[in-house]
Design a binder for this molecule. Structure first.
Ligand code: SAM
Length: 259
Protein backbone atom coordinates (compact mmCIF):
# COMPACT_ATOMS: atom_id res chain seq x y z
CA UNK A 1 0.00 0.00 0.00
CA UNK A 2 1.15 3.53 -0.84
CA UNK A 3 1.66 5.79 2.20
CA UNK A 4 0.92 9.48 1.49
CA UNK A 5 3.96 11.76 1.85
CA UNK A 6 3.17 15.08 3.52
CA UNK A 7 6.32 16.72 2.13
CA UNK A 8 4.97 16.24 -1.42
CA UNK A 9 1.49 17.53 -0.54
CA UNK A 10 -0.10 14.13 -1.13
CA UNK A 11 -3.86 14.23 -0.51
CA UNK A 12 -5.55 11.88 -2.92
CA UNK A 13 -8.93 12.71 -4.40
CA UNK A 14 -11.53 10.00 -3.67
CA UNK A 15 -14.86 11.77 -4.29
CA UNK A 16 -16.52 10.40 -7.45
CA UNK A 17 -18.72 13.48 -7.92
CA UNK A 18 -15.72 15.78 -7.92
CA UNK A 19 -13.71 13.45 -10.17
CA UNK A 20 -16.60 13.52 -12.64
CA UNK A 21 -16.88 17.29 -12.38
CA UNK A 22 -13.18 17.63 -13.22
CA UNK A 23 -13.27 15.42 -16.32
CA UNK A 24 -16.48 17.07 -17.51
CA UNK A 25 -15.05 20.60 -17.25
CA UNK A 26 -13.84 20.46 -20.84
CA UNK A 27 -13.48 18.02 -23.72
CA UNK A 28 -10.80 15.29 -23.38
CA UNK A 29 -11.56 12.93 -26.27
CA UNK A 30 -8.81 13.00 -28.91
CA UNK A 31 -6.84 15.72 -27.14
CA UNK A 32 -3.33 15.83 -25.70
CA UNK A 33 -3.61 15.77 -21.94
CA UNK A 34 -1.09 16.58 -19.23
CA UNK A 35 -1.78 15.75 -15.59
CA UNK A 36 0.44 17.29 -12.92
CA UNK A 37 0.97 15.12 -9.83
CA UNK A 38 -1.25 12.11 -10.66
CA UNK A 39 -0.52 10.51 -7.26
CA UNK A 40 -2.12 7.06 -7.09
CA UNK A 41 -3.95 7.72 -10.35
CA UNK A 42 -7.55 8.37 -9.23
CA UNK A 43 -8.12 11.29 -11.60
CA UNK A 44 -5.85 9.60 -14.15
CA UNK A 45 -8.31 6.66 -14.48
CA UNK A 46 -11.22 9.05 -15.06
CA UNK A 47 -9.24 10.89 -17.75
CA UNK A 48 -8.29 7.62 -19.53
CA UNK A 49 -11.98 6.64 -19.73
CA UNK A 50 -12.58 9.82 -21.77
CA UNK A 51 -10.15 8.61 -24.48
CA UNK A 52 -7.44 11.24 -24.87
CA UNK A 53 -5.26 11.08 -28.00
CA UNK A 54 -2.09 11.18 -25.92
CA UNK A 55 -1.71 11.36 -22.14
CA UNK A 56 1.36 12.63 -20.23
CA UNK A 57 1.70 12.74 -16.46
CA UNK A 58 4.44 14.46 -14.44
CA UNK A 59 5.01 12.93 -11.01
CA UNK A 60 8.00 13.75 -8.79
CA UNK A 61 7.60 10.83 -6.39
CA UNK A 62 9.72 7.87 -7.64
CA UNK A 63 7.67 5.30 -5.75
CA UNK A 64 4.42 6.61 -7.28
CA UNK A 65 5.96 6.76 -10.76
CA UNK A 66 6.75 3.01 -10.53
CA UNK A 67 3.28 2.30 -9.12
CA UNK A 68 1.62 4.24 -11.97
CA UNK A 69 3.68 2.41 -14.56
CA UNK A 70 2.41 -0.95 -13.25
CA UNK A 71 -1.19 0.26 -12.85
CA UNK A 72 -1.59 1.89 -16.27
CA UNK A 73 0.95 -0.05 -18.30
CA UNK A 74 1.17 1.67 -21.71
CA UNK A 75 -1.86 3.97 -21.44
CA UNK A 76 0.25 7.01 -20.50
CA UNK A 77 3.69 8.55 -20.69
CA UNK A 78 5.06 9.00 -17.18
CA UNK A 79 7.58 11.77 -16.67
CA UNK A 80 9.20 11.15 -13.31
CA UNK A 81 10.36 14.73 -12.72
CA UNK A 82 9.78 17.92 -10.78
CA UNK A 83 7.22 20.09 -12.58
CA UNK A 84 9.12 23.21 -11.51
CA UNK A 85 12.15 22.08 -13.53
CA UNK A 86 10.36 21.40 -16.82
CA UNK A 87 10.18 23.88 -19.68
CA UNK A 88 6.72 23.00 -21.00
CA UNK A 89 6.76 25.34 -24.00
CA UNK A 90 9.75 23.43 -25.42
CA UNK A 91 8.46 20.06 -24.35
CA UNK A 92 5.03 20.13 -25.99
CA UNK A 93 4.80 20.75 -29.70
CA UNK A 94 0.99 20.62 -29.80
CA UNK A 95 -1.37 22.44 -27.42
CA UNK A 96 -2.22 20.45 -24.30
CA UNK A 97 -5.08 20.48 -21.81
CA UNK A 98 -3.70 20.48 -18.29
CA UNK A 99 -5.24 18.88 -15.21
CA UNK A 100 -3.89 18.98 -11.72
CA UNK A 101 -4.81 18.56 -8.11
CA UNK A 102 -1.68 20.56 -7.37
CA UNK A 103 0.59 20.10 -4.37
CA UNK A 104 -0.56 23.07 -2.27
CA UNK A 105 2.86 24.24 -1.18
CA UNK A 106 4.00 24.94 -4.77
CA UNK A 107 0.72 25.68 -6.58
CA UNK A 108 1.26 29.45 -6.91
CA UNK A 109 4.87 28.90 -7.97
CA UNK A 110 3.72 26.54 -10.76
CA UNK A 111 1.04 28.90 -12.05
CA UNK A 112 3.24 32.03 -11.88
CA UNK A 113 6.02 30.14 -13.69
CA UNK A 114 3.62 29.19 -16.49
CA UNK A 115 2.38 32.74 -16.93
CA UNK A 116 5.71 34.53 -16.59
CA UNK A 117 7.51 32.06 -18.90
CA UNK A 118 4.80 32.03 -21.57
CA UNK A 119 6.16 32.75 -25.00
CA UNK A 120 3.94 34.35 -27.67
CA UNK A 121 2.25 31.04 -28.31
CA UNK A 122 0.39 29.34 -25.51
CA UNK A 123 1.49 25.70 -25.05
CA UNK A 124 -1.89 24.88 -23.41
CA UNK A 125 -5.48 25.47 -24.46
CA UNK A 126 -6.87 25.36 -20.93
CA UNK A 127 -6.01 24.49 -17.35
CA UNK A 128 -8.30 22.66 -14.92
CA UNK A 129 -6.57 23.10 -11.60
CA UNK A 130 -7.29 22.65 -7.94
CA UNK A 131 -5.92 25.06 -5.35
CA UNK A 132 -6.21 25.66 -1.66
CA UNK A 133 -9.39 27.77 -1.38
CA UNK A 134 -7.59 30.84 0.02
CA UNK A 135 -5.16 30.78 -2.91
CA UNK A 136 -8.01 30.43 -5.45
CA UNK A 137 -9.77 33.37 -3.75
CA UNK A 138 -6.64 35.47 -4.36
CA UNK A 139 -6.35 34.31 -7.98
CA UNK A 140 -9.95 35.28 -8.85
CA UNK A 141 -10.12 38.47 -6.72
CA UNK A 142 -11.23 41.71 -8.34
CA UNK A 143 -9.81 45.12 -7.50
CA UNK A 144 -11.13 46.99 -4.44
CA UNK A 145 -11.43 43.70 -2.54
CA UNK A 146 -9.17 42.45 0.30
CA UNK A 147 -7.91 39.39 -1.65
CA UNK A 148 -6.82 41.42 -4.67
CA UNK A 149 -3.06 41.52 -5.12
CA UNK A 150 -0.02 40.36 -7.06
CA UNK A 151 -1.35 36.87 -7.75
CA UNK A 152 -4.67 38.16 -9.19
CA UNK A 153 -2.87 40.71 -11.35
CA UNK A 154 -0.28 38.23 -12.70
CA UNK A 155 -2.85 35.45 -13.36
CA UNK A 156 -5.42 37.72 -15.02
CA UNK A 157 -2.87 39.22 -17.39
CA UNK A 158 -3.05 36.44 -19.99
CA UNK A 159 -5.79 34.18 -18.64
CA UNK A 160 -9.56 34.17 -18.27
CA UNK A 161 -10.42 32.48 -14.99
CA UNK A 162 -13.64 30.80 -13.87
CA UNK A 163 -14.44 29.08 -10.60
CA UNK A 164 -15.99 25.62 -10.99
CA UNK A 165 -16.65 24.67 -7.34
CA UNK A 166 -15.32 24.50 -3.80
CA UNK A 167 -14.27 21.10 -2.45
CA UNK A 168 -14.47 19.94 1.16
CA UNK A 169 -11.65 18.04 2.95
CA UNK A 170 -13.85 14.90 3.05
CA UNK A 171 -13.25 14.46 -0.70
CA UNK A 172 -9.59 13.51 -0.06
CA UNK A 173 -7.58 10.84 1.66
CA UNK A 174 -5.78 11.68 3.86
CA UNK A 175 -8.13 14.57 4.72
CA UNK A 176 -6.36 17.93 4.43
CA UNK A 177 -6.98 20.66 7.03
CA UNK A 178 -8.02 23.11 4.32
CA UNK A 179 -10.80 23.59 1.77
CA UNK A 180 -10.01 23.48 -1.95
CA UNK A 181 -11.34 25.18 -5.06
CA UNK A 182 -11.40 23.98 -8.65
CA UNK A 183 -10.62 26.63 -11.28
CA UNK A 184 -10.86 26.66 -15.06
CA UNK A 185 -8.31 28.93 -16.78
CA UNK A 186 -7.92 29.61 -20.49
CA UNK A 187 -5.90 32.01 -22.66
CA UNK A 188 -7.09 35.55 -23.36
CA UNK A 189 -7.19 36.49 -27.01
CA UNK A 190 -6.11 40.04 -26.30
CA UNK A 191 -3.84 41.21 -23.55
CA UNK A 192 -1.59 44.22 -23.06
CA UNK A 193 1.89 43.49 -24.42
CA UNK A 194 4.71 43.49 -21.88
CA UNK A 195 8.30 43.08 -23.14
CA UNK A 196 9.63 41.34 -20.05
CA UNK A 197 7.01 39.76 -17.73
CA UNK A 198 9.56 39.99 -14.89
CA UNK A 199 8.68 43.70 -14.89
CA UNK A 200 5.09 42.78 -14.02
CA UNK A 201 6.41 40.80 -11.07
CA UNK A 202 8.68 43.70 -10.09
CA UNK A 203 6.08 46.46 -10.28
CA UNK A 204 3.39 44.51 -8.43
CA UNK A 205 5.95 43.54 -5.77
CA UNK A 206 6.95 47.15 -5.18
CA UNK A 207 3.35 48.44 -5.13
CA UNK A 208 2.01 45.68 -2.88
CA UNK A 209 4.98 45.65 -0.54
CA UNK A 210 2.98 47.93 1.74
CA UNK A 211 -0.58 47.34 0.64
CA UNK A 212 -2.11 49.66 3.25
CA UNK A 213 0.01 52.66 2.25
CA UNK A 214 -0.80 55.17 -0.48
CA UNK A 215 0.66 54.78 -3.98
CA UNK A 216 2.88 57.87 -3.74
CA UNK A 217 6.07 56.29 -2.46
CA UNK A 218 6.24 53.22 -4.74
CA UNK A 219 5.20 55.34 -7.73
CA UNK A 220 8.00 57.85 -7.15
CA UNK A 221 10.48 55.02 -6.65
CA UNK A 222 9.59 53.51 -10.04
CA UNK A 223 8.69 56.50 -12.18
CA UNK A 224 10.65 59.33 -10.64
CA UNK A 225 7.41 61.31 -10.14
CA UNK A 226 6.63 61.49 -13.90
CA UNK A 227 3.25 63.31 -13.89
CA UNK A 228 2.44 62.62 -17.55
CA UNK A 229 1.98 58.93 -16.88
CA UNK A 230 -0.32 59.72 -13.94
CA UNK A 231 -2.51 61.89 -16.16
CA UNK A 232 -2.48 59.45 -19.04
CA UNK A 233 -3.53 56.50 -16.87
CA UNK A 234 -5.74 58.60 -14.56
CA UNK A 235 -4.03 57.43 -11.41
CA UNK A 236 -4.66 59.15 -8.08
CA UNK A 237 -1.61 58.68 -5.86
CA UNK A 238 -3.72 59.00 -2.73
CA UNK A 239 -5.27 55.61 -3.50
CA UNK A 240 -3.91 52.27 -2.25
CA UNK A 241 -2.54 49.41 -4.39
CA UNK A 242 -5.77 47.38 -4.21
CA UNK A 243 -7.75 50.33 -5.70
CA UNK A 244 -5.96 50.11 -9.06
CA UNK A 245 -7.54 47.76 -11.60
CA UNK A 246 -5.80 45.03 -13.65
CA UNK A 247 -5.54 47.00 -16.89
CA UNK A 248 -3.93 50.00 -15.19
CA UNK A 249 -1.21 47.77 -13.74
CA UNK A 250 -0.45 46.26 -17.17
CA UNK A 251 -0.37 49.74 -18.69
CA UNK A 252 1.95 50.90 -15.90
CA UNK A 253 4.37 48.09 -16.77
CA UNK A 254 4.17 49.13 -20.43
CA UNK A 255 5.04 52.73 -19.47
CA UNK A 256 7.84 51.53 -17.21
CA UNK A 257 9.38 49.59 -20.09
CA UNK A 258 9.30 52.73 -22.23
CA UNK A 259 10.82 55.14 -19.71
N1 SAM B 1 -3.79 13.91 -8.51
C1 SAM B 1 -3.80 13.05 -7.36
C2 SAM B 1 -5.19 12.96 -6.78
O1 SAM B 1 -5.94 13.92 -6.99
O2 SAM B 1 -5.50 12.00 -6.12
C3 SAM B 1 -2.76 13.50 -6.30
C4 SAM B 1 -2.75 14.94 -5.91
S1 SAM B 1 -1.67 15.36 -4.61
C5 SAM B 1 -2.47 16.77 -3.93
C6 SAM B 1 -0.26 16.13 -5.39
C7 SAM B 1 0.62 15.21 -6.23
O3 SAM B 1 1.69 15.98 -6.82
C8 SAM B 1 1.28 14.08 -5.48
O4 SAM B 1 1.16 12.90 -6.19
C9 SAM B 1 2.76 14.50 -5.37
O5 SAM B 1 3.66 13.42 -5.27
C10 SAM B 1 2.93 15.29 -6.66
N2 SAM B 1 4.00 16.32 -6.58
C11 SAM B 1 4.40 17.03 -5.51
N3 SAM B 1 5.36 17.90 -5.84
C12 SAM B 1 5.58 17.73 -7.18
C13 SAM B 1 6.47 18.34 -8.12
N4 SAM B 1 7.32 19.30 -7.76
N5 SAM B 1 6.43 17.92 -9.42
C14 SAM B 1 5.57 16.94 -9.81
N6 SAM B 1 4.72 16.32 -8.94
C15 SAM B 1 4.71 16.71 -7.66
Amino acid sequence: MIKAKKSLGQNFLIDKNILNKIVNATNIENKIILEIGPGTGNLTSYIIKKKPKKFFVIEKDNELAIYLKKKFNNKLTIINQDILKIDESNFFKEKVTVYGNLPYNISTEILSKWIINLKDNFWFDCLVLMFQKEVADRIIAKFNTPNYGRLSIICNWKLNIKKICDIKPDSFSPKPKINSTLLFLYPKENFIKIKDPKNLEKITRIFFNQRRKMLKKPYHKLFNGDERILEKLKIDLNLRPQNIDFETYYKLVHEYENL
